[in-house]
Design a protein around this ligand. Structure first.
Ligand code: ZN
Length: 56
């Protein structure tokens, strides 16, 4: 089985919930940045805004 990517890529997932630090994270909804924490039941998005490269 192959899954077409359609140009939407899920970025590297967060390893810990930013609110309770648990690791019980699952993708949430249609938002590729959306995550759901099974420990504190929060849903949130993680959006990468930079890679550490310094801007001029
Ligand atoms: Zn949590």
């Amino acid at each position: 089985m192959t899954e077409p990517t359609h140009g939407r890529q899920r970025q590297a997932p967060p390893f810990h919930c930013p609110y309770c630090a648990e690791e019980d994270l699952t993708p949430h909804g249609d938002d590729p940045d959306g995550w759901h924490c099974g420990a504190c039941l929060r849903t949130f998005t993680v959006h990468l805004t930079g890679t550490g490269v310094q801007r001029p």
